[in-house]
Design a protein around this ligand. Structure first.
Ligand SMILES: *Cc1c(COP(=O)(O)O)cnc(C)c1O
Length: 422
């Protein structure tokens, strides 16, 4: 595999950017080696700067549910950008994307578009605090919600703890407002609500935790969170930045049929361009400025080019059988791989390769950190064989509508072969 160009570009990039990248996981620190600089993508395939070709299961970390450079998305972007790229004033495209989403989703009545998942979640938390007039939030170890201050907090020792920061630069005062519980543990959440009665503004969870392996929760657990929030008058936030439009059009809320109070979106919603969103009932959303007193704004929010890409992509997702097809592809892939000591966990078109004998993984602590050494080897074996995954064993893979039978057959073969070498 030729790597000279990627290596040269990375050397240069290191002189411009911390660690050579504009987002840390791209730096390949967890798998070692040089990040591939990507030149182009088409459908399920990408080509790096050295001309190597890969079947891509990273799909930009989830947004590209139609694959790369889908013609409908590309045409929509072109036609829109011809008319100007941004106005800082409303456009009809915002209405259209909102209508497409809201008229097909019984869980939210109003929505606000922002420019990233982080921004969506940060705003949702502020909304929950503003609405409930409470300060504390409860999150889970093993969920990722972007990089805002309140959420870069990890568990301390003990079952129910105020967290420790997982980044420098976050004031203690923020950490003191964030409670961290283990996933799939009702007692911990009950204890937190008993200890902080009438202080918790919201529970935030990835209803399909997919940023730290794939830690699928039971419906009964999500329903339990719903009930305890209702009882204590706290809000339940589903962070569906990954699962939204991925596990069916109505995401995890629809899949499990559990109604959160606020839902956050990102990734797929923008068709590969930077869009995030949060939505809730009309009553809760009326707290947002300019209607209410929770301030939130954005120069490029609802950007027309991004809206057009989102409309084009979500229109395809709405087509009959779209999600069933995707799911079939993943179950097909799984059925062709059987290796002792390796499990492929999946839901819909999300899959995660784990070096484990466990039948179920539902908590962060169940992931064996030592197994990441095996992933590191697997990763490079797969690159050599033309398969591109996100460069970390904690990251899930995504199958898009562009992945063909042939892609999946090849991937299954290469994964099976590479596991033997890892
Ligand atoms: C990706 C992700 C985010 C952050 O979104 P960005 O667009 O990277 O800021 C937040 N929450 C979840 C669940 C995510 O998967």
């Amino acid at each position: 595999m030729k790597k000279q160009k990627s290596e040269a570009l990375f050397e240069k990039a290191k002189t411009y950017f911390p660690g050579g990248v504009n987002s840390p996981v791209r730096a390949f620190r967890s798998v070692g080696g040089t990040p591939l600089f990507i030149d182009r993508g088409k459908g399920s395939h990408i080509w790096d700067a050295d001309g190597n070709e890969y079947i891509d299961f990273c799909c930009s970390w989830g947004p590209l549910i139609l694959g790369h450079a889908n013609p409908k998305v590309v045409d929509a972007i072109k036609a829109t950008v011809e008319k100007g790229s941004s106005f800082g004033a409303p456009t009809e495209l915002e209405n259209k994307l909102a209508e497409l989403i809201l008229s097909n989703n019984e869980f939210i009545e109003k929505i606000r578009f922002v420019s990233s998942g982080t921004e969506a979640v940060m705003s949702a938390i502020r909304l929950a605090r503003g609405f409930t007039k409470r300060n504390k939030i409860l999150k889970f170890e093993g969920c990722y919600h972007g990089h805002s201050d309140s959420l870069l907090v990890k568990a301390g020792s003990g079952l129910v703890t105020l967290g420790n920061t997982s980044s420098a630069g976050i004031p203690e005062a923020f950490v003191n407002e964030t409670i961290v519980c283990p996933l799939n543990n009702k007692e911990a959440v009950k204890e937190a609500f008993a200890k902080f009665r009438n202080e918790i503004s919201c529970i935030i969870i990835e209803p399909i935790p997919a940023n730290n392996g794939l830690l699928l929760q039971d419906k009964s657990y999500l329903q339990f969170l719903r009930d305890i929030c209702t009882e204590d008058k706290a809000l339940l936030i589903f962070d569906e930045v990954i699962s939204g439009f991925r596990i069916g059009f109505t995401g995890a809320a629809g899949y499990y049929n559990v109604k959160p109070d606020i839902i956050t979106y990102g990734k797929i919603i923008g068709g590969g361009l930077p869009v995030g969103a949060y939505g809730a009932s009309a009553e809760i959303m009326s707290k947002i400025s300019p209607e209410g007193d929770v301030y939130q704004a954005g120069t490029l929010s609802g950007n027309p080019v991004a809206m057009a890409a989102g409309i084009a992509q979500l229109t395809e997702c709405m087509k009959k059988g779209f999600y069933e097809e995707l799911e079939k592809k993943v179950s097909g892939l799984k059925s062709q791989i059987s290796s002792p000591g390796v499990k492929i966990f999946s839901i819909g078109s999300i899959f995660w390769i784990a070096f484990t004998d466990r039948e179920k993984m539902q908590r962060a602590e169940e992931i064996d950190t030592n197994s990441m050494k095996c992933f590191r080897k697997l990763y490079h074996e797969l690159l050599e064989r033309g398969i591109y995954l996100g460069p970390s064993g904690y990251e899930v893979g995504f199958v898009s509508a562009a992945h063909t039978e042939q892609d999946l057959k090849k991937a299954a073969e290469m994964i099976s072969e590479s596991i033997k070498k890892a």
